[in-house]
Design a protein around this ligand. Structure first.
Ligand SMILES: [Zn+2]
Ligand SMILES: [Zn+2]
Length: 172
């Protein structure tokens, strides 16, 4: 039921004409094939958050996903037929030490599902006002349910994927 985005007019903050990383960066296909439902969730989060979302990695064809060593079932892989709500983008996020204090609490969780539950509980109760809290709160409330955190490469993966588990959080 999920369709591919054909026109970008309903997304004031995202457009492959200006955000080149929305398109596959393999240098060949250049496809911006992305699930309409995913983009609506992402835009909802962006509107709520009111801060730039700088995409560092968007759609990938199979060849490019392999080239960048993406997971075999990566959220970034696009579905050429657009039948699945399947996508994920990496958004630039520079972690301050206060951000790491918040996310560091998630490292004790035993697996990705337990980490998600802990994340949502912490977002509900924390008094830490550091930027990552607002970021994760705004996007998870909007429907993002797969979160990956990379301190090393300064990004947060935001995904929704009908083929992969929902409500999971991991570190790279
Ligand atoms: Zn490609
Ligand atoms: Zn990603």
């Amino acid at each position: 039921m999920s369709l591919v985005v054909r026109t970008w007019g309903e997304f004031p903050n995202f457009n492959p004409a200006t955000d080149r990383n929305i398109r596959c960066q393999c240098g060949k296909c250049g496809e911006p094939l992305v699930s309409l439902d995913f983009m609506r969730i992402l835009q909802r989060g962006r509107t709520k958050h009111r801060r730039p979302a700088n995409i560092t990695s968007g759609c990938r064809c199979k060849a490019h996903n392999t080239a960048v060593k993406g997971a075999k079932n990566s959220d970034h892989l696009y579905d050429p037929k657009g039948k699945r709500l399947t996508c994920g983008f990496d958004i630039a996020f520079v972690f301050s030490s206060a951000d790491k204090v918040f996310t560091g609490q998630l490292k004790q969780a035993r697996d990705d599902s337990a980490r998600w539950i802990l994340l949502i509980a912490l977002l509900d109760t924390t008094t830490n006002n550091t930027p990552i809290v607002a970021f994760l709160r705004d996007y998870t409330i909007s429907g993002i349910n797969r979160i990956g955190v990379s301190y090393k490469r300064n990004f947060v993966h935001l995904g929704v994927n009908e083929q992969n588990p929902a409500n999971v959080c991991w570190f790279y």
